[in-house]
Design a protein. Structure first.
Length: 386
């Protein structure tokens, strides 16, 4: 989709530590979490402040990252990048359950109820902003070990079905009425959130059941990944209860909810108002870079391991995150700011509509001037894809 011949960095430059190291930014949240737990007081708000506002400020200072690595770069040249996603799951596991142990045991003497709630709000920001995002990268890989680590991360936030929904529903049907995650034009986040919670669970279950049916197997067959999802989630719940009792279980559930909220905020931003053209008879055009919002902000892409290069992710879903390509304004729609700013804006519907609705309308004029009636797209009234 590039309009000019791109200039890529050579393998020797790609493999340099200094180029890979910024993508390890997520690990800077771990000492902040420990500091918040052990010190209490105002420090319990450090995690959301750092994750949202510090990286937003860095984006403003550092600007955009427009360089692309060669998508044909070999695996051995990007190991310093991809190691971050493999090492994060055990770190998050240890941090989460240490915090439950600390808040319900030795540290309980100096953490009051409000401090504890805010502390685990921050933990949810970590497990959502980083954990679910890293699981998203891992679930797309061929290696079974990496996919298991992705499942483990999702089980820590009780959202294991996200893997089935994302791979079998979202990527296949993005921008169509069958995709719960594509936010509709003028649909505020506060309406989107309960809808997507309900519809994504149903659609993921139906997708797995349909896949089993095509193999003449019932839904209760052990090949149904929901058995694994339930087992992993059950283990996490049991461990939280054994470590922290009812309070530990409640804190686990609280951080899981915050993590899911963070995920769905990002989902809302990524595809808001962008729909694929209905070609008639339940047929839709192929997914293109124009069907996802692109963001080139440098610092937030470090934290989110290039998730904001979402246009290329949907165009080439199996690309490792270092190799995702940035698209220019001529090739894909652009967000005005990175996800840390845009997700905050999404929580304020009038502000969100003022910023994003004109951009959606310009996108429609650019790519689909022939469509005059957008009501079926706005309300998801077009036929379901075949």
């Amino acid at each position: 989709m590039q309009t000019t011949t791109p200039k890529y960095l050579g393998p020797d430059k790609v493999a340099r530590l200094q180029r890979a190291l910024p993508f390890w930014a997520a690990f800077s949240l771990v000492p902040l979490a420990i500091l918040s737990a052990t010190q209490g007081g105002w420090t319990v708000i450090l995690l959301p402040l750092f994750t949202w506002y510090f990286f937003a400020a860095l984006d403003a200072v550092l600007g955009l990252e427009l360089d692309n690595l060669d998508p044909e770069t070999r695996e051995r040249h990007i190991r310093m990048y991809t190691a971050v996603t493999v090492l994060w799951p055990p770190v998050q596991f240890a941090l989460l359950f240490w915090m439950i142990w600390y808040a319900t045991g030795p540290g309980d003497a100096h953490l009051n109820a409000l401090e504890t709630i805010l502390l685990f709000f921050g933990m949810g920001v970590i497990s959502g902003t980083v954990g679910i995002n890293f699981s998203h990268e891992l679930m797309h890989q061929k290696d079974k070990g990496e996919r298991f680590l992705g499942d483990a991360l999702l089980s820590m936030v009780l959202y294991s079905h996200f893997r089935s929904e994302h791979l079998q529903v979202h990527h296949r049907h993005v921008g169509t009425p069958r995709d719960p995650v594509t936010a509709r034009y003028n649909e505020g986040f506060h309406r989107f959130f309960p809808r997507v919670l309900r519809e994504s669970l149903v659609s993921s279950w139906e997708a797995e059941k349909a896949m089993l049916a095509r193999k003449d197997k019932p839904w209760w067959d052990l090949k149904n990944p929901f058995w694994k999802y339930w087992a992993l989630q059950g283990f996490m719940l049991l461990l939280a209860a054994l470590i922290g009792g009812w309070i530990g279980l409640a804190l686990f559930l609280w951080q899981a909810f915050i993590a899911i909220w963070q995920l769905e905020l990002v989902n809302y931003v990524e595809h808001y108002g962008l729909t694929r053209k209905h070609l008639g008879d339940g047929k839709y055009e192929h997914v293109k870079p124009q069907h996802s919002w692109n963001a080139a902000q440098k610092a937030s892409n470090w934290l989110l391991i290039n998730l904001q290069r979402h246009s290329d992710h949907h165009y080439k879903p199996n690309r490792r995150f270092p190799l995702l390509q940035n698209y220019s304004e001529d090739e894909a729609p652009q967000l005005p700011y990175g996800y840390p700013v845009m997700t905050v804006a999404a929580m304020i519907p009038p502000l969100w509509r003022r910023v994003m609705n004109p951009r959606v309308r310009r996108w429609r004029e650019k790519y689909y001037p022939e469509i005059t009636d957008w009501k079926p797209y706005n309300k998801a009234l077009n036929p379901l894809p075949r």
